[in-house]
Design a protein. Structure first.
Length: 161
């Protein structure tokens, strides 16, 4: 079920650069009018506690989207991606890697770990804002998400190929 105009969408932004985090938040627009609530985790441990709702995040909402930077100081974003996609409870949350790296190994590893998208951070301000708006349109308005805890329906069996 896609978001309707007045439905709130929680977005987890995993970004250690405060300037980039602010720019991304502002690109979504004010929470009151955009219905986007950005939660920022500046390191991998904080991000994983947020999505697992542990520690200080026991009341955290389940994000509808995770934007993940790869360069997170002491850890690499690919480690976070691997944790998220190997956890049966979290693997259905869309994760878009938003990185300054164009290195083919980073791109390939991200997709191998089941990232839902890989976007190189644009350098220009207008292009950056447009990229965030495109992510919003695609992942929060158009793409039909998998719901947590969805079980196979015997009336609609999955075909083994």
């Amino acid at each position: 079920m896609n978001l309707v105009a007045d439905e709130l969408a929680d977005v987890l932004l995993v970004e250690d650069d405060p300037g980039d985090a602010l720019l991304i938040q502002e690109s979504f627009g004010p929470a009151e009018s955009s219905n986007r609530r950005c939660h920022v985790a500046s390191c991998s441990d904080q991000a994983l506690r947020f999505v697992r709702r542990t520690g200080e995040f026991t009341d955290a909402p389940r994000p509808k989207l995770i934007l993940l930077d790869l360069k997170l100081g002491q850890t690499h974003g690919l480690e976070v991606l691997a944790e998220l996609k190997s956890d049966g409870d979290l693997q259905t949350i869309p994760v878009v890697v938003l990185s300054s790296s164009r290195h083919p190994i980073d791109v390939d590893r991200s997709y191998a770990l089941h990232a839902n998208g890989y976007i190189v951070k644009p350098v220009g301000l207008d292009d950056f804002v447009e990229a965030i708006k495109t992510i919003d349109a695609c992942f929060l308005r158009l793409i039909e998400p998998s719901l947590p805890g969805d079980q196979p329906d015997p009336q609609h069996p999955v075909l083994d190929i």
